[in-house]
Design a binder for this molecule. Structure first.
Ligand SMILES: Cc1ncc(COP(=O)(O)O)c(C=O)c1O
Length: 421
C-alpha cells in the first residue's frame, strides 16, 4: 500500500495501475459509458460526467446522501414505467441480493434487504438474545440511527448501555473497546465509520477479539458499503448493517443487513409475513405454523419496491465496472488531497485521525477562531454542501468526497476555508 505522501505524488490515475481490476459479471444494459472503463484505466472525468449534479453546486456531503449516476436513475425509472404499463409489480429481489452478496464477499443467504440503516439496526437490536442487565457497548460518536434502537431497547428491556470513546488511532480504539468490556457485555455495536469524523474503526480485529470472548458484534456500516472494498466474511462480524443510498450511490431508501450464516439461528426476527413465513394453516380445525425461512429473508417480508431493487442492482453494477479497489483508491486520493490542504492552512483542528488506515472518504475539522456553524451557513450561501456535526457536542464540520468530485472542487473549498481562518 503506498504511503500518504506517495498517494499525493502519484495522483489517482497512477494509483489505478497498482490495483488489479475486478470487473463483475453483470451484463449492463444501463451503463454504456461505464462499460468502456472495463478495458483500461479509469477516466475519472468521464465518471464525473455520469452524474447530473448541477455545476454550480459543490457537493461535498456524500456522508449524508450519495447522488446516483444516470444508469441508476434510469434503471429505477424504467422499472417504474414498466410496472405501471404492464402490471408486473414484483421481481428484482433475488438479483439484488445476489449482486450485493457478490460485491460484499457474502453468501446470498446472509443478505436481507431493508430500507435504511436504522431499520436494520432495529431488527438486529430486537433479534439478539438479551436480557435485563446485559450490556451493549456503543461509542461516543453515534448517529441517532444506531443510538436510538439500542437506547430504546435499554428503555423497554432493561439492557445497560456502556459508552466507549474513540481512540486517537486504530490500536488505541481497540484498546479502549476492550477496556469497556465487562463480564455482562453481550454486544459490541459500534460504527464501522462514524458519521461524526469518519474515523475508520479496526472492525476486523475487534470482531475477532469479540468472538474469542463470546461477545456478539453488530456493526453500523452506514459508510462502509461503496466507500471501502469490502469482504464481510473476512471482517468476521455477526451482523453488518448498511445502506445503498450513501457511498454505493443507489436509490434513496434502500439498504441491507448481513447476518453471518452461523448467526442466523441466533438472531430472531420479531416480525414476519409474505415470503419470510414458512408454511402455515389457519382453519377452524387447524392452526399451524412452520416458522420462518432459514435464510436472512426471514428479516423482511411483504410487498417491496421492485424499482428500487433494480436501482440497487445498477448501483452495484456501476461499482463493479469501475472496480471497488479503484473506487476506494480514488476516494483515498481525494481525501489525502483535502487533508493535506487543510493541514497546510494550520488555524484549524482536524478531528479525523491522520493515520491512513483510520480514515478514507471523510474529514472533519473545527476552526480555531471562526464559528463552525457560521461556516456551515456561509457554505450554504456559496452552494457548497457539507454537514455540520452537532453529535457528541463536537460542533465541527464534516466534508466527504466521492468519485464524482474533483480536485478543482476541493481547491474551491480550500480557498473558501482559507478566507475564514
Ligand atoms: C453512522 C450512521 N449510522 C446510521 C445512519 C442512519 O442511516 P439511515 O438514514 O439509512 O437509517 C447514518 C446516517 O447518516 C449514519 O451516518
Amino acid at each position: 500500500m503506498p504511503s500518504r505522501k506517495e498517494f499525493l505524488q502519484i495522483g489517482s490515475a497512477g494509483l489505478l495501475g497498482m490495483f488489479a481490476h475486478r470487473y463483475g459479471a453483470f451484463a449492463s444494459e444501463y451503463s454504456p459509458a461505464v462499460q468502456q472503463m472495463a478495458d483500461g484505466e479509469v477516466d475519472w472525468t468521464h465518471v464525473q460526467s455520469e452524474f447530473d449534479l448541477k455545476p454550480e453546486i459543490t457537493f461535498l456531503n456524500n456522508g449524508t446522501m450519495g447522488p446516483s449516476p444516470r444508469s441508476v436513475v434510469r434503471a429505477y425509472t424504467d422499472r417504474i414505467q414498466e410496472i405501471n404499463s404492464t402490471g408486473h409489480y414484483g421481481g428484482g429481489d433475488h438479483e439484488c441480493v445476489a449482486a450485493l452478496a457478490a460485491l460484499l464477499g457474502a453468501n446470498k443467504e446472509e443478505i436481507a434487504l431493508t430500507h435504511n440503516v436504522t431499520e436494520g439496526i432495529n431488527i438486529a437490536a430486537w433479534g439478539v438474545p438479551l436480557k435485563k442487565g446485559d450490556e451493549v457497548i456503543l461509542s461516543t460518536h453515534e448517529h441517532v440511527g444506531n443510538a436510538g434502537p439500542w437506547l430504546n431497547l435499554a428503555r423497554l428491556k432493561g439492557v445497560k448501555i456502556t459508552v466507549c470513546p474513540l481512540g486517537k488511532d486504530a490500536e488505541d480504539t481497540l484498546r479502549l473497546i476492550k477496556k469497556h468490556v465487562s463480564k455482562r457485555t453481550r454486544v459490541i455495536a459500534v460504527p464501522h465509520i462514524p458519521c461524526t469524523i469518519g474515523q475508520v474503526l479496526p472492525v476486523k480485529e475487534m470482531c475477532a477479539w469479540a468472538r474469542e470472548n463470546n461477545i456478539y458484534t453488530v456493526v453500523d456500516g452506514a459508510h462502509g458499503t461503496g466507500m471501502l472494498k469490502m469482504d464481510l466474511h473476512d471482517m468476521g462480524c455477526d451482523v453488518y448493517v448498511s445502506c445503498c443510498h450513501k457511498w454505493l450511490l443507489g436509490p434513496k431508501g434502500t439498504g441491507y443487513m448481513y447476518v453471518r450464516e452461523e448467526f442466523l439461528k441466533t438472531l430472531e426476527s420479531l416480525q414476519t409475513g409474505g415470503y419470510s413465513a414458512e408454511e402455515w394453516v389457519l382453519t377452524e380445525k387447524e392452526v399451524s405454523f412452520k416458522g420462518l425461512v432459514p435464510t436472512a429473508h426471514k428479516y423482511y417480508y411483504g410487498t417491496q419496491s421492485a424499482a428500487q431493487y433494480y436501482g440497487v442492482i445498477a448501483a452495484v453494477e456501476f461499482h463493479q465496472k469501475i472496480g471497488p479497489a479503484n473506487i476506494e483508491m480514488r476516494i483515498r486520493a481525494l481525501n489525502n488531497y483535502l487533508f493535506a490542504g487543510l493541514k497546510d492552512l494550520k488555524k484549524l483542528k482536524i478531528l479525523t485521525p491522520e493515520e491512513e488506515i483510520s480514515r478514507c472518504g471523510v474529514v472533519s475539522f473545527k476552526f480555531d477562531k471562526y464559528d463552525d456553524h457560521q461556516f456551515f451557513e456561509d457554505c450554504q450561501k456559496e452552494k457548497i454542501v457539507i454537514r455540520f456535526v452537532g453529535e457528541n457536542n463536537l460542533n465541527c464540520v464534516r466534508v466527504s468526497t466521492h468519485i464524482y468530485n474533483s480536485e478543482d472542487q476541493i481547491d474551491k473549498f480550500l480557498n473558501f476555508v482559507k478566507s475564514k481562518v
